[in-house]
Design a protein around this ligand. Structure first.
Ligand code: NAD
Length: 469
């Protein structure tokens, strides 16, 4: 895609088909299966990060005005950590798992072998365009696959940097980047893959799944949703609000899949919550947050228009209790809190994915559970409380990709937990060993000798044989 008009080569169906064939040939050679190849590629990924930290942070600043701290910690360090975990654990992950065998097949031994799937396609989104592109690669490499990465065209600086860096640091006979948007992705989706890993919205996920169905290709869908935060009374409100701010505005200004989407609290507790949020927000972003260097901008004018439409709807007029300022020219929207928002408003009926935070009021905190379960299953659900019974009830009765009690978003960094959605928020999971598993086939292998051959198995099937059973 990149380059001047003359040098632009079209990435069409023919090119996509040739690319997949080339990668299949590499796979067939057995190169990507070797432990050494996997380890070398993972080490090269770490090197890619170490030697290009500034360039990566610059690209993220161009695409999103992402603060350098967020780029280094949430994109680069997170990726390096995934690589470190895989490098440390891979020798254990690849060992076939022993399985017990029943008497019926005695004598026998059995195992589960993690086999590479083959050639996989990874399509990523714009909001964490570095991490979301390369983190799935870690699992695909660890599991011994060849792969194509299609980064998001909505973060063009990061997309072109990824193409350049992957070409320079990784093995191009098995790992490739194709830049582009709908046309290029459609050409890729026409091909037969052994798995498609897609991060993005549910509308495109349906296109991906339809294309995959044609070839019976399995998909892993990392989607979004409206992740709620339930706030009970009697908590350490300062710590709670800071953790909400860090997960909402401190994560790409709310443009993160697991950012708090809305809050539910009781009518009695709302003013304390709002007052504390206002104090802490001002402490972090100053009196004029539009000028703050600690907040990402909105990614583009389409998303800016989408978010301002949510704010300007009649149903929420008069509900803004903090923020609301915007700067169309620089695509900035200040942290904004809306109180007592009606459930039938636009803002409560789509994923916000931005710096707006509506608060829903209930009489009793337990009402929040039914309210959450009445909607689509979110990617994350958060509860702040000291009440043990409430915690248990929440964990048992709210369905979400993941749940965190007394914090937001930090489960993403726990590599021993699967990260993924349920229902509308996605299918499948990754991170740590789950990434390796996501890109492996669990092959059942049973070994038998020639002893223990019983006549009962073979005809004639006389009634006497049944009685022995
Ligand atoms: P996006 O616009 O970058 O789209 C994602 C990918 O789909 C891109 O690579 C894009 O080129 C491709 N695409 C777009 N239209 C297509 C089409 N018609 N056919 C084929 N491919 C197409 O990103 P987005 O969808 O705006 O991302 C935001 C959404 O992603 C939110 O819902 C968010 O919650 C979710 N998300 C989820 C995770 C997660 O890990 N679960 C992470 C980040 C974002």
């Amino acid at each position: 895609m990149a380059g001047s008009e003359e040098e632009k080569t079209v990435f069409d169906m023919e090119a996509a088909s040739a690319l997949v064939k080339e990668l299949r040939d590499t796979c067939a050679s057995g190169k990507t299966r070797s432990y050494e190849w996997r380890v070398t590629q993972l080490k090269c990924l770490v090197k890619l990060c170490d030697e290009n930290e500034k360039e990566i942070a610059d690209a993220l600043r161009q695409d999103l005005s992402k603060p350098e701290f967020e780029s280094i910690v949430y994109e680069i360090a997170m990726l390096k950590n995934s690589c470190r975990v895989a490098l440390k654990e891979l020798k254990h992950w690849i060992v076939p798992e022993k399985a017990n065998t029943p008497l019926a097949v005695f004598p026998a031994s059995a195992g589960i072998l993690s086999e590479p799937l083959g050639v996989v396609l990874i399509i990523s989104a714009w909001n964490y365009p570095f991490l979301l592109s390369l983190d799935p690669l870690v699992g695909a490499i660890a599991a011994g696959n060849a792969m194509v990465l299609k980064p998001s065209e909505i973060a063009p600086a990061t997309s072109s940097l990824l193409a350049k860096l992957v070409m320079k640091y990784l093995d191009n006979s098995s790992i490739r980047v194709i830049e582009g948007s709908v046309a290029e992705t459609s050409a890729l989706l026409e091909q037969k893959w052994d798995k498609i890993f897609y991060t993005g919205n549910g509308r495109v996920a349906r296109i991906v799944m339809t294309a995959a169905a044609k070839h019976l290709t399995p998909v892993l869908l990392e989607l979004g949703g409206k992740s709620p935060v339930v706030i009970d009374a009697g908590i350490n409100i300062q710590v709670a609000t800071r953790r909400i701010i860090a997960g909402k505005w401190g994560c790409n200004n709310g443009q993160a899949c697991i950012s708090p989407d809305y809050i539910i609290t009781t009518k009695d507790y709302a003013s304390k919550l709002v007052d504390t949020l206002k104090i802490e927000l001002e402490r972090f972003y100053g009196k004029n947050p539009l000028e703050s260097k600690g907040l990402s901008r909105i990614v583009n004018s389409n998303h800016f228009a989408r978010l301002t439409k949510l704010l300007d709807e009649d149903k929420v007029s008069g509900k803004i209790v903090y923020g609301g300022e915007r700067d169309k020219e620089n695509l900035k929207i200040a942290p904004t809190i809306l109180l007592d928002v009606p459930l039938d408003s636009l803002i409560m009926n789509e994923e916000i994915f931005g710096p707006l935070l509506p608060i829903i009021l209930v009489n009793k905190i337990e009402e929040s559970f039914d309210l959450i379960n009445a909607g689509s299953k979110p990617l994350a659900a958060y509860l702040f409380t000291n009440n043990k019974k409430l915690k248990e009830h929440f964990v048992m009765s709210v369905s979400a990709g993941g749940i965190v009690i007394n914090d937001t978003t930090v489960h993403l960094a726990v590599h021993t937990l699967p990260f993924g959605g349920v229902g509308e928020s996605g299918m499948g999971a990754y991170h740590g060993k789950f990434s390796f598993d996501a890109f492996s086939h669990k092959k059942a292998v049973l070994y038998r000798g020639f002893a223990g051959d019983v006549a009962i198995r073979y005809p004639p099937y006389t009634p006497g044989k049944l009685r022995i059973m």
